[in-house]
Write a protein that binds this ligand. Sequence first.
Ligand code: TTP
Length: 680
Amino acid sequence: MPIARPETSDARVIAHVDMDCFYVQVEQRRQPELRGLPTAVVQYNEWQGGGLIAVSYEARKCGVKRSMRGDEAKAACPEIQLVQVPVARGKADLNTYRSAGSEVVSILAQSGKCERASIDEVYLDLTDAAESMLADAPPESLDSIDEEALKSHILGMSRNEGDDFKESVRDWICRKDADRRDKLLGCGMIIVAELRKQVLKETEFSCSAGIAHNKMLAKLASGMNKPAQQTVVPYSAVQELLSSLPIKKMKQLGGKLGTSLQTDMGVNTVGDLLQFSEAKLQEHWGTNTGTWLWNIARGISGEEVQGRLLPKSHGSGKTFPGPRALKSLSNVQHWLNQLSEELSERLSSDLDQNKRIASTLTLHASAFKSKDSDSHKKFPSKSCPLRYGVTKIQEDAFNLFQAALREYMGPFGIKPQGNKQETWRITGLSVSASKIVDIPSGTSSIMRYFQSQSTVPSCSADRCVQEYVEITPSASEGCSEQRSIETQAAMSEEDISTHYTENIDPVPEKFPCQDFSCQSNEATPFQTQSESSKGTQRKTQSESSKGTQMKRIGRKINSSKEKSQGMPSIVDIFKNYIATPQSKQETEEDSTVPSTSKRNNFSSRSSHSSEVNQEVGERKETKWGYKIDEIDQSVFDELPEEIQLELRSFMRPNKRPNAGKSKGDGSASSIAHYFPPLKR
Ligand code: TTP
């Protein structure tokens, strides 16, 4: 079946750049004596040598895998060097890795529109650069082509036996009769090879890349030849690439949707999707998902590279597996305090460096009940407007937790049932701050913003307080333990003195559930949130040239921090802000923010969103609402359940309660019903 070529965006040059065994490289740069040796980065705890989270390619050759623990890795490869991740507040501290990722981003961002997709991966839109090269200095006019570009893997490139590999690549790049789109890809290969060399030279990190006409194909290609290599997907190779690609390997099909396609329709590879018409796919999955599936089967994706160098959210999380599960409110509160402290630090630094504020605080937890038939019930995520200040975040996070716990335990959790008391166990906790926007420029709007913030806390806290007045037995038992000394004492035995495994905060967006109609099994929501979102702590050059006011604000935060227990609320910050006579000048300074930076921040604003409040000026009556296109898919899992449900039904209209009726038999349980059996 011929592949329909995309009408639009078919002449784009998109690169996906992915660092090789990233944490290992960061550690090897810090300790150069480790270079070339089989090395792995492990979580900080000692149990069985800690869990491996990054493995060097030398160690991979000896059979070491990320899923192993340190002891297992040593058994497989006795000479392996294990490096522990830095630790802060009893959990992994990923700041070093975030900063290292930012170094790479600041180099790549000079080449074109750049989107930081996770702690160690970036998308680049190199169309303009490739167009310019093709117009001014096409590859065939060059005296020589860089060796690194000549080492590229070109999918589907035919080569006669005995042909020199690099010569074949050169011929492909310089083909006079080539399709213009492939000529652009040829230019992209040269540009990306150059960029990768520059990254290596300036940061000492090697990376791999995929070059194609869209993000989806570029990402697929970047992982095909690692480490330190690049892979190109010409149009002619798309069909072959997708025809054998397992459906679950496709981004957004790793979860329920992918499973359903497999089990209900016998779709095992992306290519298998080609046999269904768009109408058929839409009939069952709804207009959007149906069209999306039809497109991806043909390698078509209109997803644009977002000009975004800064994270869309910040978060901090930790897991407490097995016997380490938390079972009292005091322990939960202890860890929420730690996580909130880290989150607050990051928010403060974002505010200071980038003039950005977050407005939604979300608590997410995973739990199970000890005596429960309903143990699969999901612990609800809870969100509220975010108040700045460590103690406020801690307070709100704990309130959110208690509200969620009450919902989780249900009415029978509140009152003892005979002798049986339901108990809960918490196996993961995370707090995240999302809906990050630039501080509105102009004194009056800033004022409105912070004034509205000042009304929010009572709203948020009151609401939560009311919700947790009545709580489960175990929760109320914990309520009486809220004094800090007792809290410390209570938590020490369970969580500190014993070793536990921590699922290190991995990289957001690399492992998130991004599919409305599926729950990705690639990672837990904690993992997604906890790395806090591809945290670009380090600002880029253009960002650093932003006005001085926020530095001033940052200093106020810090000095206040010294005086009180936590940062002042953002309202206090603002009081200081408007008290200063330089407001006007500062407003003007703000308007001089470099355009790239503004553009990036704008993208960040427009691309991000989870729960959406009413306009900031109307926050007194905080009402949760949202716009579909403002929902950030990566935090979908963290949204209140009712929003998730609503969104799902919106995205998949045929799955709405009455949808089955239109199909005649009223049952829409199996999608196999809508399709003829596969001819295999
Ligand atoms: P990856 O890019 O998935 O892996 P990698 O860079 O280590 O190796 P590769 O060359 O195969 O791409 O992850 C980037 C970093 O994120 C990784 O070095 C460590 C961290 N990470 C975690 O902390 N936990 C995880 O579960 C994963 C997958 C990664």
